[in-house]
Design a protein around this ligand. Structure first.
Ligand SMILES: [Mg+2]
Length: 235
């Protein structure tokens, strides 16, 4: 069977919902340590910004994995006037342990994997840590659909670096000139995948801008007719 490649976070695994639920649990669990009441919604929205900024620094190799894990929370608490205290280390550690254990998938992800796994070997290409991503697959109960996973940790580089896509193609053992890749991020997945020679599909449920007009879907289930069409046309 031919391989097909997917991004994991925000494409198959519902990062937003799982992260939000984890933070909700943690704010409740740490309420005796947190000096002022915090709105879950406000905290999560600040955290989302801080997390993205920290990942950006990590990608530029300006901070380490360890620094990223604490910095994103330390800076979020600071926005609410809560200065650093050692319990924030525990908060950060528990987030890391608990979030990947949440199992919410994006709408239609399970059904799509069920159908596509009958026709394709499914591989993941993900900017993430190996053990964390494996935990997600286990708790979301989708391991059985996945033939292989290439993380930025094992590839030694992050998307959109061509090397990680090459690594995935090599791991799949395919000789096919057409390799489908589905991801939610315009730059790292769609532009990066296309530049690496893949047939990238923009999973874009939020209908963000797609200025270069890449193939786009709003729902994962749209892949099923899309791929059948491509087979019929022998693309
Ligand atoms: Mg993603």
């Amino acid at each position: 069977m031919q391989p097909i490649f997917f991004d994991l976070d925000h494409t198959l695994w519902d990062f937003e919902t799982n992260s939000q639920n984890t933070i909700s649990d943690l704010l409740e669990g740490f309420k005796d340590k947190i000096p002022i009441p915090l709105s879950r919604q406000d905290f999560f929205s600040v955290y989302t910004r801080m997390n993205e900024a920290c990942w950006d620094l990590y990608r530029k190799k300006q901070i380490t994995q360890e620094e990223l894990r604490i910095k994103r929370f330390k800076e979020t608490f600071e926005v609410f006037g809560i200065s650093y205290s050692p319990w924030q280390q525990d908060f950060a550690k528990e987030y890391l342990a608990e979030c990947p254990r949440k199992g919410t998938l994006m709408p239609g992800a399970l059904e799509t994997l069920e159908v596509l796994s009958q026709y394709y070997r499914i591989f993941l290409i993900t900017n993430g840590f190996e053990s964390v991503q494996k935990t997600k697959l286990f708790h979301a109960d989708i391991e059985q659909y996945i033939s292989g996973m290439i993380t930025s940790e094992t590839a030694g580089c992050t998307k959109p670096d061509k090397k990680i896509f090459d690594c995935a193609i090599q791991k799949s053992g395919t000789q096919s000139p057409i390799n489908w890749y589905i991801g939610d991020d315009y730059d790292t997945d769609v532009r990066g995948g296309t530049a690496a020679g893949m047939k990238a599909v923009f999973y874009n449920p939020a209908r963000k801008a797609n200025p270069d007009g890449y193939t786009e879907i709003q729902s994962l289930m749209e892949l099923i007719p899309l791929l059948e069409v491509s087979e019929a046309l022998n693309l």
